[in-house]
Each structure stands twice: as C-alpha cells, then as structure tokens.
Design a protein around this ligand. Sequence first.
Ligand code: COA
Length: 634
Amino acid sequence: MPILEKETPKGRGDSKVLPKVPVPPLKQTLDLYLKCVQHLVKEEQFKRTKAIVEKFGAPGGAGEFLQKKLQERRDKTTNWVYDYWLEDMYLNNRLALPVNSSPVMVFPKQAFSDRKDAVRFAAHLITGVLEYKALIDARALPVDFARGQLAGTPLCMKQYYRLFTSYRLPGLKRDTLKVQMNAASLEPEHIIVACKNQFFVLDVVAKNKQLNEMEILSQLEKIVKMSENAEERLPPFGVLTSDGRTEWAQARDALTKDPTNRASLALIESCVCVLCLDEPSGLEPNDTNRALLMLHGGGREKNGANRWYDKPMQFVVGMDGVCGVVCEHSPFEGIVLVQCSEYLMKYITGSPSRLVRSSSITELPPPRRLLWKCNPHIQGLLAASADRLQRLVHNLDMDAYKFKVYGKEFIKKQKMSPDAYIQVALQLAFYRCTGRLVSTYESASIRRFEEGRVDNIRSATPEALAFVKSMTEGKAALTDSEKMKRLWDAINAQTNYTIAAITGMAIDNHLLGLREIAKELNMDKPEIFCDETYLASNQFILSTSQVPTTVEMFCCYGPVVPNGYGACYNPQADHILFCVSSFRESTETSSAVFAKALEEGLLEIRDLCNRSGAAASKLAGSGQGAGQPHKAGK
Ligand code: COA
C-alpha cells in the first residue's frame, strides 16, 4: 500500500463537498487520443494505432468492460484516479528527486549584511511557517476559487493539508507517501535544520508553548555554532536522499540496521519541515544560478548534501542571500507551493521581525545534533551518491529568462487567452529548433473536484502544427490573414482543450485509469497500452507548466526525459518569466537555443497580431469590418 493517509474530520476549509472527478465517455477519449497523436507519428504507425484503438473501443471489447469497472470505482471511491495517478506520476518513478521531480521556488536575492543577518531572516521565515501551519491545522485558510478559464468555482483544499505533514519514503520498487492528516497533532513539533551538511533537531514547542522568534533565533545561532565544531562533524548523510529512489532505498536499508541511524531517520521523517542554512556558493546570484542552486544545491562541493529531499518543504536560506523552497512534489502541486511561499514573503516583508529585546526568552535546552553511525559500506554509498549528484549538476542546462517586450495584458487585448497564446509560442519555439512537434505536457488543475490534482493538456495540437508551419517553412506562401486564421485556430484548440481538462474531460488520466484497472483485474495488458504510439505519447519531450506569482519570485524544474525540455512560465502584466531546462548530455537540446527561439516566436506572433489589428481597423474604418474570429471559450 504505497499511500498511507490518516484522515481527520472535515474542517472549515473543506466543509463543502466538491463533485467527484468524472470518468469521460470512452468514445470521446479514444477519438481525442487519435486526434492528439495522428500528426505526431508516421502515417503507417498511425494506421496501426487506429486499428488497435478501434478494436479496444468496439462494442463488447476490452474498453467497454474496463470503462464499466472504472465507473464502479468512481462510485466507490472519493477520487477514482488519485492513487493511480500518484503512483504513476511519482511513487513508481525511480529517478532522483532533485532536478527530475522536485520543483523549486526561487526567492528574490536577499541582501544580508552578514551571517547573523541571514540567520535572523531564517528565524523570521520559520516563525512565518509556524503561523501558516497553524492556519492550516485550524483549517482556517480561506478556500481558493478558480481564476482564469471558468473562474469562480471553489477548489479542493486538501493539498494544503499535506504541506507540512507528509514524507516520501523511498522503496526498492515503489515509494510510499506517508501523510498525517490530523489537524492538530498532539506530538511536540520540531523542524530539522541542515547546516554544513549536519542535521539538527530544533523543537519548536517547549513547555506546551510555541517558541517565539527570538527563541528560534537563539536556537538557530546555537546550531550554527555547533555545526562549526569540526571534531563533531559527521559525514554528509543528506546526499543519499539526492540519489535514485532505489539506490536511496537500498542505502536506507543499510542505515536502519543501526539504532542510532533509525532514531535520526525517525526524527527527520516526522518533522514539520527542513531549514537548510547554506554556505555561500561563490556563484554570481543571477536568476539562472539561483535556480540551479535551488534545484541541486550546487553538488558535493557546495550545498548539494545540505538537503533532505524526501521532505516536501525545505526552506533554503543561503548566507549569500540565495533563498527559496525546494519541494517534494508528490503531496501537492506548484500552485499550493506558490500560495504558501507568497504568504511567507508577505509575512517577511510585511510583518516586522519580532526580535525586540523585551520579548521573553526562555532558557531552552540546546538543539540536538542528529547522530549517524557509518561503516565502510555506508561510506561507499555516500561517495556513490555524491558522484551521481555531481553528474546531475553538470548535466543540467538552465536558462531563467525574462521576456520583457510584453506580457499578458497585450495578449488579453488581442482577446486571446494568455496561457493558450504562450503554449502556442512554445510550440513554435520547439518547431523552430527541431522541425517537428512532440508530445507535450501542460498541467491543468482539476482541483474543482474532490481531491483533484492535475490532468494533461496536450498542447501539440494539429492546429498548432498548422500554425507553426505557416510561420516557418510556409512563411512566404501565406498571407497575414491566413496566418492569423491559423493562429486563432491554434489558440481556440488550446483553449478548448484547457476547458476540457479542467472539467475532468482530458484523456491522460482516463487512459491511465483504464490501463491500471486492467492490471488490477489481472488482465493481459490491452494492446492499446503496448502500442508504440501510446509509449511515445507518454514521453513528454516538452514538459510545461504555468506557475504564476503575485510576489517577486519564480518557480522552475528540470526536464522529465533525457532529451526533453522543462518550460515553466510565470506570465505577468508586462513581461513573462520563463525557466527553460534541458540536459547537456542530450545533443538534441539547448536551453539557450530554445529560449532564443521563444523570444523570436513571441515577437513574430506579436507583429502578426499588430499587422492584422491595423488591417482590421482600416477595414472597420472603411465600413467593412471583419468579424472577430474568436470563439469564446470562457
Ligand atoms: N480574452 C481576454 N482575456 C482572457 C481571455 C480572452 N479570450 N482568455 C482568458 N483571459 C484572461 C482570464 O480572464 C484571466 O484573467 P485574470 O488574469 O484577470 O485572472 C487571464 O486571462 C488568464 O487566463 P488564461 O491565460 O486563459 O489562463 P488560466 O488562468 O485559465 O490558466 C491553466 C490556465 C491551464 C494554466 C489553469 O487552468 C491551471 O490549471 N493552472 C494550474 C497549473 C498548475 O497546476 N501548475 C503547477 C503545476 S506543478
């Protein structure tokens, strides 16, 4: 049982019962699947796929039977896709968490005057974390409502309840997500502080009272001092958590043979969050470097081992002002991470630090260093993990790039959805770089439903292909108005797919459900799921996500396949932040080349819109105004 979740009665934040995620009609999903893949595979292959899909969907076929079983599952469970999705997306994945899975929030560079100042910031941050956690525990966070497309409906709040109560335990074949959903735990709470690769327990409750900021600061100062004691320094055990999941699970098995290690692991696994006090990296703190340092800590020589990647919330405070959050992704989505991070940034800038001398400070026992027992075998494992992390560090090619020419206000003025527009621009950039389109993932929130997480918007639509061709090889052959028509077709297709996805009508979760329920019923794997097209369609060479923020900060993550790109974007009124990532070991990708193609594409699309707008006004002025081609998707 890979997901251990202990529930509590519903609190204020989730008193309304949301609808269950629907199971889309089988034929609708199969038709859309064929439409999504036809232009991405060779004609011969598509013919085979079409025959396989038709057989699967035929009356009395496997599809019909599995669909019925899925509907029964929907009736019996709160969310029929939740466990299937969680295992498929995260828990079964054996890749290392840093870069491959864990997204990060990068805070603005902080101007600390000295190390003491950095530690004061950390104390303030942790006080904010505890305040936010108290709101969550009391189920007192205001309910989120959908914005953008189909705005206004309430959203499921359960992801918040996992922020500080989860732990991803490595497994030899599959990980386990342990979640303690009890609103108010009776256990005294603690955080884990990592400093110079040492781990310390900081109890945040003493004598039934939560520590105030001054007390937290005093404890953190003690930790910094303890970490400087070279004689007591222990090997960098955190590096093990940066390894592949199977490797880490094997190492963990080796560690747990010793009771000291078991006790240290138990304390880490039950903490509220991790605070990483990082050493200066020596790198110029530009956006790209700060993003890299959040994603992998800079490897062995820098802060790569000053982490514990299994813990969902790791706050990083660098002595050089490089700060942010590293998040283990399986318990919640980036949007929840943003909400939490924004609360904290507002807390830090808006509420004065409470480090006044008058504030009472209890004499507290010093924080405890976590002890580890090592042996030559474990020493070897530590070295191997550090080597693999080093390879990941060298491999990651990141470009955090601000497109400054325009932002979502310009796009809205064209009466287009900014998200759809940016997705079409990403397709254009990819086509420019490679001469083809590929299976693309865009996360779409399904939090309108009970326990909803995400489904996939397959942005490489046939309409997008027609448009990008008209902007590249077909450039000279088509008039502006023909190109504009194709742009509208692409935007409308993307917008309509978005609406389908956020209302539970996308295909990825549904196909996954059909595949997994067949497995559960011990059936032979239906041919549709062994087909080359299906396998290719799940290789997301372009993995994209909108993560907007209202406070200065940005999100980023790595690619999900060796020859792919990760493209996270943050649309603002007058600019768009992009974080493009890829792997240097792939000869097919380059983040800088992709970012440049994106810039060119965004400029060309703007010019096309402007020329068409000017032509339309001229026509309107002469009394022959052309109709607006946009089909409202909102
Ligand atoms: N004309 C003018 N304005 C339009 C428009 C149009 N045709 N279409 C949309 N807009 C406006 C919207 O009203 C909205 O306005 P606001 O900024 O005042 O709220 C704004 O443009 C943005 O809308 P849009 O760009 O269409 O996107 P969206 O906000 O609906 O987002 C998704 C689309 C798919 C990104 C969103 O539904 C979603 O699922 N987000 C979660 C993604 C996620 O999980 N990320 C984290 C992964 S870890």
